[in-house]
Design a protein. Structure first.
Length: 434
């Protein structure tokens, strides 16, 4: 077959079978499918049905396999339940797979996932959180979904790191429904790694609702994972968690060197929030020294429904509780560590890791603003804050070259934000030695 004809057929099949932004819900599935726990050679496909029908996953590394029947089939062999987790293993590293879920006589449309690379290479990932419904009558469909839709338009992020508080009331199954309806286009095609927030704990950690969160995502309170040269450490900052045993585990987890190392937990240790001014000092005293000792590159949190970037001991502490929850005020002036504050904003942090040279770019992408209590979507998402870390092996922060680098990038048209004056430009650059 002529190569051009073959490419045309594949393109048509992709358009028909993998619509970019079609609703994530499909016939026969109440939730999902959604992807969790991806590694270099495995992933887990998850879904929920209303009728307790198990089903199977059909998958292949190319779209054509679904037209000629050469795809692989993995049947679910566990006990009947409402939420199904089907573990796929023996996959090729750094490979895109297409998949669909079959339950009874129903078959979903086609989705995709990417296994993680073995080696250090350029990757992008997304950080955001606090997608729970505000207590003003609006739902996740009005607040969270526009943010998730913008994330779905990002170019091939390897994973999404959710910093906690997925829903407001973990006992409200209808809000869980709206979470999966809102995030469906993202988490059916991109791996999601969650952080336990305080709303996942209500009314107490050993409640059936906390165990329900664990069952939905098959994630413990603290864990870590690798994606190429990126290592991510997730901690449980909620009351009732054992902070001291986690400290011992944290020290061990961070003891091995990685090209890039990030930490995430729900409650920020630095914040200018009116309600929690200063941050969670007990966690800061216990955990932060390990971040410095291990040269952690950034720490992500949520809980405060705003965007704030702080800096302490050369480490950016980024709060991205901007997924849809009601806005929280930040005190001005903020804490000494505070560098940037953005209130009444919804959006996400895009993290781009480059290898040559070793560079990491953090962009806060604003999707909309809260104006007089109403969510106003931006005509185009705006980069409101940018931080660039470049590892040189030696050197120290150089803020002047940072301003120049940012303006040169913007002038080349590669900087997707828009600023009019130096005072409007929130962001800086430093070169960091190991």
């Amino acid at each position: 077959m002529n190569n051009y004809i073959r490419l045309f057929i594949v393109a048509v099949l992709v358009l028909l079978l993998v619509p970019a932004h079609a609703p994530a819900e499909v016939s026969g599935l109440a939730w999902g499918p959604y992807i969790t726990g991806t590694t270099t050679d495995a992933t887990t496909v998850n879904w929920k049905t209303d009728v307790g029908t198990a089903g199977s996953v059909e998958y292949a590394p190319d779209v054509e396999s679904f037209s000629d029947g050469s795809f692989e089939t993995a049947p679910y062999t566990g006990n009947d339940t409402a939420i199904y987790h089907l573990f796929l293993e023996g996959l090729e590293p750094d490979t895109r797979y297409y998949y669909r879920v079959r339950t009874g006589d129903q078959t979903s449309r086609l989705y995709k996932f990417d296994t993680f690379p073995l080696n250090n290479e350029p990757i992008t990932f997304i950080v955001y959180g606090d997608t729970q419904e505000p207590q003003d009558g609006q739902t996740q469909l009005e607040r969270h979904k526009p943010v998730a839709d913008a994330i779905a338009r990002e170019e091939d992020p390897r994973f999404v790191l959710h910093t906690g508080d997925l829903v407001n009331d973990p006992a409200d199954m209808q809000e869980w429904d709206r979470f999966f309806m809102s995030a469906g286009d993202v988490i059916s095609n991109t791996t999601m790694y969650p952080v336990a927030g305080n709303h996942e704990y209500q009314p107490e950690k050993d409640s059936p609702y906390y165990r329900y969160y664990l069952d939905v995502f098959q994630a413990e309170g603290n864990y870590s994972f690798d994606c190429g040269g990126v290592h991510v450490t997730v901690l449980d900052s909620n009351p009732g968690a054992d902070f001291y045993s986690q400290e011992d585990w944290l020290e061990r987890d961070l003891s091995q060197q990685h090209p890039w190392s990030f930490v995430a937990f729900h409650h920020p240790v630095y914040t200018s929030s009116e309600k929690n001014f200063g941050g969670w000092s007990d966690l800061r005293d216990l955990w932060a020294p390990h971040f410095g000792d291990a040269s952690v590159d950034a720490v992500f949190s949520g809980h405060v429904h705003a965007y704030e970037r702080c800096e302490a001991d050369g480490i950016p502490y980024i709060i991205a509780g901007t997924g849809g929850g009601g806005s929280y005020p930040l005190r001005k002036p903020g804490i000494p560590e505070s560098q940037v504050q953005i209130e009444d904003t919804l959006g996400y942090v895009r993290v781009q890791v480059e290898t040559e040279p070793a560079t990491c770019i953090f962009d806060y992408v604003q999707v909309g603003r809260i104006v007089d209590g109403e969510f106003v979507i931006c005509e185009h998402p705006l980069v409101m804050d940018r931080v660039v870390i470049r590892k040189t092996g030696e050197g120290s922060p150089d803020l002047r070259s940072g301003w120049e680098a940012l303006f040169r990038t913007r002038d080349r048209g590669a900087f997707p934000g828009y600023y009019t004056t130096i005072s409007d430009l929130a962001g800086y650059f430093w070169e960091r030695g190991r």
